[in-house]
Design a protein around this ligand. Structure first.
Ligand code: BGC
Length: 364
């Protein structure tokens, strides 16, 4: 079968021929892949900055944001059946008995770092014609989400983040109905926009701040789902913060530490700062750590980072994507910029294609 793989030792990536997988255990299902999304992590992997092939393999099949159709199910598979659409999770547990997180099925909190990730770390990914997966990692998706379900995986980041946000904010029992919630989202890429949609759904007055040039239709998309849009050319971070008022949540989705730390000093009283971006190493920056530390203490602030997601976040993402589609059909569809056949995968992977979310339509 055809697959897109990176060969780090040879410094190249290509469409390769890979043996078609078959069901090997009664709890596995086989999928015909439909859509595989491309994100910043994939671009880093094909630029040889990230990603590790499976042990003994020269190459790593990439792709972790995906949607497939079940075409065959082992005799003990209960969660999905042939004909169902399904989205697989990405991370697989480590095998250490002392890792309480992985033992509990929460490999997104793995302690040892020995977890694996499909399409990223030591396991082939989903940018191939067929995939076999154990049913415990598969999430059934209603047919009505066929065109947008490739957004489930990036949405799980917001789902996990917002679940933790509410766990933290249980400390504010008065912040229920009647309390004016204000969120600032940094970044107008897929993670930022899906995060902003989730925050709007949770009744936050949400502002998206973007530095991306030529953001003309971005503004339309953002206002289309009820958030405000501010371009960095039109307002400094200080002006932006003054216009919002007490910022309850900052949802960072740019992976630029300089912007994140600049905005941190404007986080509101009792606010939470959520980091989702993974920055590349750049030159060190200067930050007024005294100001930040004073605020953390005197304003009861919380900062947390969040990676990957559990099966619950996938279930939540599937149900919220359905809500997004009902409320803002146009906005959610416009997150997907273009679909490319597998033979043209190099184009969007090289980063030359603009837009929001580019997708490889594997079956085409
Ligand atoms: C993926 C996560 C993964 C992370 C780090 C992200 O792009 O969505 O599932 O944990 O990269 O490898």
């Amino acid at each position: 079968m055809k697959a897109v793989a990176v060969l780090p030792a040879e410094r190249r990536f290509d469409v390769i021929d890979h043996p078609e997988p078959g069901i090997a255990s009664p709890t596995e299902a086989k999928l015909r892949m439909l859509d595989v999304g491309i994100c910043g992590t994939d671009k880093e992997i094909v630029a040889f900055q990230y990603g590790i092939p499976p042990p003994g393999s020269r190459y790593l099949i990439i792709g972790h944001e995906s949607l497939g159709e079940v075409i065959e199910a082992g005799p003990q598979v209960k969660r999905v059946k042939p004909g169902d659409l399904a989205v697989p999770t990405v991370r697989r547990p480590c095998s250490r008995p002392e890792c309480f997180a992985c033992q509990a099925g929460r490999q997104d909190f793995c302690y040892t770092g020995e977890f694996t990730e499909r399409g990223i770390k030591q396991r082939h990914g989903f940018m191939s014609e067929f995939v076999v997966e154990d049913e415990r990692y598969l999430n059934p998706v209603p047919p009505v989400l066929r065109d947008i379900a490739v957004l489930v995986e990036p949405l799980t980041i917001a789902e996990k983040a917002v679940t933790q946000l509410w766990q933290v904010q249980q400390r504010l029992p008065w912040a229920g109905p009647g309390y004016r919630r204000r969120a600032l989202v940094l970044g107008g890429g897929p993670v930022g926009l899906l995060g902003a949609m989730k925050l709007v759904l949770e009744d936050f007055e949400t502002t998206v701040y973007s530095r991306t040039p030529a953001a003309s239709d971005l503004e339309k998309i953002v206002t289309g789902f009820g958030a405000s849009f501010v371009h960095a050319e039109d307002a400094s971070v200080a002006e932006l913060a003054a216009s919002i008022g007490n910022i309850d949540v900052v949802y960072e989705a740019v992976g630029a530490s300089s912007l994140a730390f600049e905005v941190m000093r404007y986080l509101g009283t009792n606010g939470v700062f959520i980091l989702t971006g993974v920055p590349g190493r750049k030159a060190p920056i200067t930050v007024d750590t005294d100001v930040l530390m004073r605020d953390y203490v005197l304003k009861n602030q919380v900062i947390f980072g969040t990676v990957n997601a559990s099966i619950t976040s996938f279930t939540d993402a599937i149900s919220d994507l359905d809500k997004f589609q009902e409320r803002w059909p146009h906005s959610v569809r416009s997150l997907i910029t273009q679909r490319f056949p597998i033979a043209q995968a190099a184009e969007p992977l090289s980063g030359k294609t603009g837009g929001i979310k580019n997708v490889i339509a594997v079956g085409e």
